[in-house]
Design a protein around this ligand. Structure first.
Ligand SMILES: Nc1ncnc2c1ncn2[C@@H]1O[C@H](COP(=O)(O)OP(=O)(O)OP(=O)(O)O)[C@@H](O)[C@H]1O
Ligand SMILES: [Mg+2]
Length: 357
């Protein structure tokens, strides 16, 4: 598997947390709130790794939301780990993060609620055997957390099919009769939705649906050293998985993370203002550039990746939204990289000619 779900990646940690968890649990939860928090923010004394970097109070509020009768809506800039956090929360609360609906322009109610096996439907008519549950039905009948990724990318009328599962905790299956016609949610069921501020925003969401969610904003990592160590750790893991045995070059990484932060904020670390890119320069993008730099270095030349690899990978990230961004990146390399202290910056300045165009 390229990327097993969180409950498989961290099966050992979850097992240890379950075995030692003596705190009260909300009904239907696999862990107590405190153990779920430790799973996500980490606990060095018990060998539990930190998986999400950020304000631990966000985790507390998110977990409390999930224990209430409202859903949890994680909003924020792209690449701030909203999806990762929703996966970790679902793995902690239900032991299963795979009941996931990926929202998009073409998402239909069938993909959210249920559909039918048409051969059985024609042969036997509508029944529990011809019904094919989708994540929402699975989550409600199994008492589990359902994840709804990028909910705002779905048509509004499709989003609204969450109203009665969230408020009345029930879903009607009008094709069936008798007790099967109503699915009542078991304890433990709730919904975590994510939405990013770049796509169609949450403003367009119906106010009826908004009222059924608690909103939490996930912010980018505020400090350079924390972001740098996260990018280093994540890139090292990805590189190892790609068969690269050289660790990422620390000088290159430092320049990479600093450049991402400055291009994202439109301000240098010294406080000078500069052009901000319209492309997304998130931590998730920084991790993927660091991975690509390591791959280039290793598979093209058998080393860990240089400033030239960085500039050539940056071009592919920075020029997504507008051609203007490439010009801004060029100005950044010429004006900001020049004369800064440290070997990484000199190499970056010298590599500016690698930028295409
Ligand atoms: N605060 C953070 N803690 C841990 N990892 C982070 C953090 N911020 C970014 N990352 C990195 O970003 C990756 C996750 O990005 P993810 O896809 O979850 O972001 P997202 O907010 O859902 O983005 P999008 O809006 O594009 O869907 C992680 O795998 C990790 O490498
Ligand atoms: Mg996401």
């Amino acid at each position: 598997m390229q990327r097993p779900p969180a409950e498989v990646r961290y099966a050992d940690e979850l097992r240890r947390l379950r075995e030692t968890d003596s705190d009260p649990r909300p009904p239907g939860w696999a862990l107590s709130l405190r153990a779920a928090r430790r799973f996500i923010v980490g606990d060095a004394r018990h060998g539990i790794s930190q998986k999400f970097v950020g304000d631990p109070s966000l985790i507390d509020r998110s977990l409390v939301s999930l224990a209430t009768s409202r859903g949890l809506m994680l909003v924020g800039e792209p690449g701030t780990a909203k999806s990762l956090l929703s996966e970790l929360l679902a793995a902690a609360v239900s032991g299963d993060s795979t009941l996931t609906i990926q929202g998009g322009a073409a998402t239909t109610e069938d993909q959210i609620k249920y559909s039918w096996n048409y051969a059985l439907l024609v042969a036997d008519g509508p029944s529990m055997t011809s019904l094919v549950p989708a994540p929402l039905l699975h989550g409600m009948s199994g008492g589990k957390v359902v994840r709804f990724e990028e909910i705002t990318r779905c048509p509004l009328e499709v989003q609204d099919c969450l109203l009665s599962p969230l408020s009345d905790r029930v879903m009607a299956v009008p094709e069936l009769t008798g007790p099967d016609a109503m699915v009542f949610a078991r304890e433990g069921f709730n919904i975590i939705a994510t939405a990013n501020t770049r796509d169609r925003g949450v403003n367009e969401m119906s106010s009826a649906l908004k009222r059924r969610f608690n909103f939490e904003t996930v912010f980018p990592i505020s400090d350079l050293a924390t972001e740098l160590s996260l990018v280093e750790a994540e890139a090292s893991t990805l590189l190892r998985r790609s068969g690269v045995t050289a660790a990422p070059n620390r000088d290159v990484l430092e320049v990479l993370v600093t450049a991402f932060r400055e291009l994202r904020a439109g301000q240098t670390a010294r406080g000078d203002s500069m052009d901000k890119l319209t492309s997304v320069m998130s931590t998730a993008e920084a991790v993927s550039v660091a991975h690509a730099v390591g791959l280039r270095g290793w598979f093209l030349r058998g080393e860990s990746g240089t400033a030239e690899d960085l500039v050539s990978c940056l071009a592919g990230t920075a020029a997504k939204d507008s051609p203007e961004d490439l010009a801004k990146l060029r100005r950044y390399l010429e004006q900001q990289a020049r004369g800064r202290k440290g070997p990484g910056w000199k190499a970056l300045y010298d590599a500016r000619h690698v930028l295409p165009g």
